[in-house]
Design a protein around this ligand. Sequence first.
Ligand SMILES: [Mn+2]
Length: 170
Amino acid sequence: MRDQLINAHGKRVKEVRQWPKKEVQIFHHNDSDGLSSGAILTRTFERAGFGVRRFCLEKPYPALLQKVYKQEGGIIVFADFAGRIAPILSDLNRGRNLTLILDHHVAEPSTDPKVHNLDPCLYGLKGDRDISGSTTCYLFANTLDPPIKTWPISLLSERWAMNFLWTAAW
Ligand SMILES: [Mn+2]
């Protein structure tokens, strides 16, 4: 399962790199794990040459999502939330934007080919035991722009990150 998760990150990084628009909107949770996630992703996308607009939120509010998905051709990233609402994001997106979900809470699979749910709960890991949101973001970041040095941030937020990194033979 872990190989599948790593492969999924690799595929999505390829898609991000091939996407015509070099600007990303990052929506992340406002707790320590979410702030760490936002920091990791912002630094990584900037290093990779993308413009970044970052939004810190308590939750992905439905009214906000309606507004966000009026656009077309964008790269939209949700971090440390939204794993469960992948089907809702899929309905809103309808193939128009590249959407990535980097959460670790209970997750539902996406139903849209351009909405990619990289929540490790869909790959056999438990978000309350094995992996934090910021570690999920670190996995993506390390795939997009290795070798990235933001991993200490993902350890700051939640101790489970340690378990995952320590047991994973990278
Ligand atoms: Mn979290």
